[in-house]
Design a protein around this ligand. Structure first.
Ligand code: SF4
Ligand code: SF4
Length: 94
């Protein structure tokens, strides 16, 4: 399954929980600082995310949004499923 995350860098306090949680080691600290002068989390490789959502689940500041590519069935086009905040996966469509 393919996934994608969006990190709201200005909400990030740099705790690093998401970096530890990602099983694919796809999250690092950004070189640039955010509005709080903190090096926020950033995704290092956008092509390898599986949309597992662990990074969003552990984020205490709800700074990470997870998107999963929907399965396509019998010629239907499908659309991305959105898992916004703390592991509420796959029910809301964009
Ligand atoms: S959704 Fe899963 S694989 Fe993707 S960045 Fe977050 S923890 Fe890593
Ligand atoms: S868990 Fe949330 S607040 Fe902590 S580094 Fe990751 S995005 Fe930032």
């Amino acid at each position: 399954m393919k996934g994608k995350i969006i990190i709201n860098k200005d909400l990030c306090k740099g705790c690093g929980f998401c970096i530890t949680a990602c099983p694919r080691e796809l999250i690092v600290f950004d070189r640039a600082v955010n509005a709080m002068a903190i090096h926020p989390a950033a995704q290092s490789d956008t092509g390898k995310c599986n949309g597992c959502g662990l990074c969003a689940i552990v984020c205490p500041d709800i700074a990470i949004e997870v998107w999963r590519e929907a399965k396509q069935m019998h010629g239907s086009t499908g659309s991305p499923s959105r898992a916004k905040s703390r592991g509420n996966y796959g029910t809301k469509k964009s």
